[in-house]
Design a protein around this ligand. Structure first.
Ligand code: FAD
Ligand code: FES
Length: 273
C-alpha cells in the first residue's frame, strides 16, 4: 500500500537562476511509473525536503499538462532548507511528498474574464495558469496578468514575458525600479485602479498578506463578487495532510482545505488575511 507520508526521490533535471535569490528547478521522479502517473492542479503544492534538513511546502509552477514528464518548482532563499535546495544542481536528488492542497478549480473560471494578480515571489503558482492559458487549455476569453515586484532584479520568469504578452495582457509594476525602467512605477493597486476591469471577472491573488487587504478593496470597488475573488494562503506546515493542525485558520486547514480560498470563505475569519 502507498504510504502517503513517504517522501519519494526525484532528480533535478535542471536548476536555473530566476533572480538573485530564486531558482527554478525542473524535477523528475526517479521511479518512472510514479512520474508517468503524477498529476496535479495549478495551485497545489508539494512538501520538498532532504534527510537531516527537513521539508517545506513549495507550489508547483509548471503546467499540469506536462506532469507525466516533469514538474517545476521556483524556490526563494529564505532560510536553511531553501538555501540548501537552491545550492543543488542537475543530477542531485531531493525528496517529495504530494501534491497537496485543493488547487484552483479552473472549471469555475470557465468563460469569465480572468485576472491573475501576483506580488513578489507569490507570483510562482500563477505561472501554471498562465502557461495553460497560453497553450489554449484554459477556455477564458480574456486573461489579464498583474504582477508587482520591488525592482527589476526581483522579477521572475522574465524570459517568458514576450510569449505571455502575445496572448494575454501582461501588466508589470515595480515599487523601486532603476532609472532605466520604462514601465509602471508604484504598487499593484495603482495598476488595478488604472485598468478597465469588468465586474463579472474572476480574480486570483497570490502574494504577501498586506497585498490581499488592499487588492481586495480595489476589486470590490470594481464590483467583483466575494466568491469570484480567490486567494492563496501561506501558513507554516508540517504534515501537509490535515493531521497535525499547524496550519489551522478558523474551521479550515490551509494544507487540506486550501491553500486556495475565496474571499467569501475568509472574510469573517479573524486573522485569516
Ligand atoms: C502552500 C505554500 C506554498 C509555498 N510555495 C512557495 C514557493 O512556490 N516558492 C517559495 O520560495 N516558497 C514557497 N512557500 C514558502 C516556503 O515554504 C518557505 O519559504 C519555506 O518553508 C522556508 O523554509 P526554510 O527552512 O528555508 O526557512 P525557515 O528557516 O523555516 O524560515 C525562514 C523564514 O521564512 C518564514 N517561513 C517559513 N515557512 C513559511 C511559510 N510556510 N509561510 C510563511 N513564512 C514562512 C519563517 O517564519 C522565517 O521568517 C510556500 C508556502 C506555503 C505554505
Ligand atoms: S500542515 Fe498539518 S494540518 Fe496542515
Amino acid at each position: 500500500m502507498l504510504n502517503i507520508y513517504q517522501p519519494q526521490p526525484v532528480k533535478i533535471i535542471s536548476s536555473t537562476q530566476e533572480s538573485a535569490d530564486t531558482r527554478l528547478l525542473r524535477l523528475q521522479f526517479i521511479d518512472k511509473k510514479l512520474q508517468a502517473d503524477f498529476s496535479f492542479l495549478p495551485g497545489q503544492f508539494v512538501q520538498i525536503g532532504l534527510p537531516e534538513w527537513g521539508e517545506c511546502p513549495i507550489s508547483i509552477c509548471s503546467s499540469p499538462y506536462y506532469s507525466s514528464r516533469y514538474f517545476e518548482l521556483t524556490i526563494r532563499n529564505v532560510g536553511a532548507l531553501t538555501n540548501k535546495l537552491n545550492s543543488l544542481r542537475e543530477g542531485d536528488t531531493v525528496f517529495i511528498r504530494g501534491p497537496y492542497g485543493n488547487g484552483f478549480d479552473v472549471e469555475k473560471f470557465r468563460d469569465l474574464p480572468l485576472l491573475l494578480i501576483g506580488g513578489g515571489c507569490g507570483f510562482v503558482p500563477l505561472r501554471s495558469l498562465v502557461i495553460d492559458y497560453i497553450e489554449e487549455r484554459l477556455p477564458n476569453a480574456v486573461l489579464k496578468i498583474f504582477y508587482g515586484c520591488k525592482d527589476e532584479s526581483t522579477l521572475l520568469f522574465k524570459k517568458e514575458y514576450a510569449k505571455w504578452n502575445r496572448q494575454a495582457e501582461l501588466n508589470v509594476i515595480l515599487e523601486k525600479p532603476s532609472k532605466q525602467w520604462a514601465g509602471a512605477k508604484g504598487m499593484i493597486t495603482d495598476l488595478l485602479s488604472s485598468k478597465k476591469i469588468t465586474a463579472n471577472s474572476v480574480a486570483v491573488l497570490v502574494g504577501p498578506p498586506i497585498m490581499y487587504h488592499f487588492v481586495v478593496k480595489e476589486l470590490k470597488k470594481k464590483g467583483l463578487k466575494d466568491e469570484n475573488i480567490y486567494l492563496s494562503l501561506e501558513r507554516k506546515m508540517y504534515c501537509g495532510l490535515g493531521v497535525c493542525q499547524h496550519c489551522a485558520i478558523g474551521p479550515y486547514y490551509v494544507c487540506k482545505d486550501g491553500p486556495i480560498f475565496t474571499y467569501a470563505d475568509l472574510k469573517n475569519i479573524p486573522g485569516a488575511i
